[in-house]
Ligand binder design. Structure first.
Ligand SMILES: [Zn+2]
Length: 128
């Protein structure tokens, strides 16, 4: 399998995780494959950032961007203690999204999908 497809599959699995434990396990798998020593660890219920001083991409080569992607998602989990994102809840969309807000739960990849879903839900309620 080409590198791009392999890493895309791995990243999609991270976004599809619905529990923090599974997300951390998948991210640690990515970090082990692409960044080697750093990993997230749970200390008193708080996830620690991967290895202090790790630079996400300091070397050139094929593994640079998978390493950066895994590191960036791990840093979000360590900082927020939450899932880094998810898969869009719109019924005809399966794109991953990154949690960008600090407030409520994000469920859609874009404003467009959120609006389409709201309109569909409104029509469904008023057609019953
Ligand atoms: Zn979407």
């Amino acid at each position: 399998m080409p590198l791009l497809c392999r890493v895309a599959d791995e990243l999609y699995e991270v976004f599809a995780d619905t529990t923090l434990d599974q997300c951390v396990a998948d991210l640690n798998g990515m970090l082990a494959r692409w960044a080697h020593p750093p990993r997230l660890s749970d200390h008193d219920g708080t996830f620690l950032a991967p290895a202090p001083g790790l630079r996400p991409t300091t070397r050139r080569g094929a593994s640079g961007w998978p390493r950066s992607a895994a590191y960036a998602l791990a840093a979000i989990v360590a900082e927020t203690g939450r899932l880094p994102g998810g898969i869009c809840h719109a019924h005809d969309c399966d794109r991953p999204y990154l949690n960008t807000g600090s407030g409520g739960e994000q469920r859609y990849c874009s404003t467009r999908c959120a609006t389409r879903s709201r309109v569909a839900a409104y029509r469904h309620r008023h057609n019953d």
